[in-house]
Design a protein around this ligand. Structure first.
Ligand code: ADP
Ligand code: MG
Length: 398
């Protein structure tokens, strides 16, 4: 069912409390990557331009002790946001209380306050993470409308997303959340076919449920990355020192049977003797992996096979790198694949989910060339599994 968004409500002179994902990486008190701030600007500007009185909430890092608070204040984020908006962002270094309420009372139309890290509420009794009722009620009492724009936490029911929405009349999605629903949710529900899913990355065990779900909805499922070696083992190949999960071999066999030809595997691999960026690179047939070598990337023949499938596709869901892309010598498969998707961009809608896959395409400079790069790691995985995410379910239906 379609969800209400900020476009569906009157924002003028309304107090609007919005949960965003400002969980940016910090190094020595400095923001080392401000992508998440930039990504939230559309929703923020829209609400302010409509004359809303905006209250921003976000978490940052993990806060378990009083000491953790020192390194996880949102103050630097508020400052950076203020520069982006060219507007004062009134930062209140508390998550509740008199100062918070006074700052909100003094808001005029088109002005914004930002509260301190919601996880500061976790120090005593994990109130934020355990969706404490009183906390959700309190935050809800501060505003007229709740906006959820934090997809990265949508797979968790916290006080700052699900809690607030429970105790406020109106809950809508921001533009970022709306995009994730449109690209991931709607695609899983009703894809334009052929749909080819490409699942790679580190472990079968991380992605069992995604594989199962995508076997249901996709026309083909390419299994690649380190995950593929557990399947090769299941097929009876010797995979040398490659990363495998021996306890998942039976499951891999089961999935191969269940798939009835839908699962596409490779035929050759790039190996190395050591898990090392300088280690020598060898192209091997998958039937001839030496016992003292490990698979680090897909081989050229395998890549061609993948291309054959994706060239026919109308929709591609890609989750998980094809090889150890962090080592340039073993990044060719992942990079070549990403490049091919870019070449196909006029005929195929490509959705990328997964933290490392997103990092890979950004590192290659292809960020702008994809229909959708999901902003959530764990959340996009669970959404791809077809799960109902509490942070989406809590938004009002249209
Ligand atoms: P995502 O975050 O996109 O869901 P994962 O976390 O599942 O992806 O996996 C990413 C990791 O998988 C990367 O760090 C990459 O180096 C690793 N990887 C991919 N192929 C291999 C391989 N053949 N051997 C070891 N590690 C691999
Ligand atoms: Mg990952």
């Amino acid at each position: 069912m379609a969800k209400k968004t900020i476009l569906d409500v009157q924002l003028k002179s309304k107090k609007v409390i919005m949960r965003v994902d400002f969980n940016v990486p910090m190094q020595n008190g400095e923001i080392s990557d401000e992508n998440r701030i930039v990504a939230a600007l559309d929703s923020i500007k829209y609400i302010l331009n409509q004359g809303g009185k905006l209250i921003l909430l976000s978490h940052l890092g993990r806060v378990k002790t009083e000491e953790d608070k020192q390194n996880n204040s949102l103050a630097p984020v508020a400052k950076r946001l203020s520069q982006h908006l060219n507007l004062e962002v009134n930062f209140v270094p508390f998550t509740r209380g008199k100062e918070v309420e006074a700052a909100i009372e003094s808001l005029e139309d088109g002005q914004v306050v930002m509260l301190e890290n919601t996880r500061f509420e976790d120090v005593e009794g994990k109130k934020e993470s355990n969706n404490d009722e009183a906390l959700g009620k309190y935050w809800a009492s501060l505003a007229d409308i709740f906006v959820n724009d934090a997809f990265g936490t949508a797979h968790r029911a916290h006080a700052s997303n699900v809690g607030i929405s429970t105790y406020i009349d109106t809950s809508v999605a921001g533009f970022l959340l709306e995009r994730e629903i449109k690209f991931i949710g709607d695609t899983i529900a009703n894809p334009e076919r052929p749909l080819v899913a490409v699942l790679g990355g580190a472990k079968v065990s991380d992605k069992i449920n995604v594989i199962k779900k995508l076997l249901e909805v996709a026309d083909y499922v390419i299994i690649t990355g380190a995950m593929a070696y557990t399947f090769y083992l299941a097929q009876g190949y010797d995979v040398g020192l490659s990363k495998v999960e021996k306890d998942k071999v039976d499951l891999a066999l089961e999935l191969l049977e269940l798939a009835q030809g839908k699962i596409i595997l490779g035929t050759d691999v790039v190996t190395a003797k050591d898990f090392d960026p300088e280690s020598e690179r060898n192209v091997r047939s998958k039937s001839a992996i030496p016992s003292d070598e490990m698979g680090m990337d897909v081989g050229p023949e395998t890549l061609k096979t993948y291309f054959k499938y994706i060239e026919q596709a109308k929709t591609i869901i890609w989750n998980g790198p094809l090889g150890v892309f962090e080592f340039p010598r073993f990044a060719e498969g992942t990079k070549g694949f990403a490049k091919k998707l870019v070449d196909l961009k006029d005929s195929v809608t490509t959705i990328i989910g997964g933290g490392d896959s997103a990092a890979a395409v950004i590192q290659f400079g292809y960020e702008k060339d994809f229909a959708h790069i999901s902003t959530g790691g764990g959340a996009s995985l669970e959404y791809l599994e077809g799960k109902v995410l509490p942070g989406i379910a809590c938004v009002d239906d249209k």
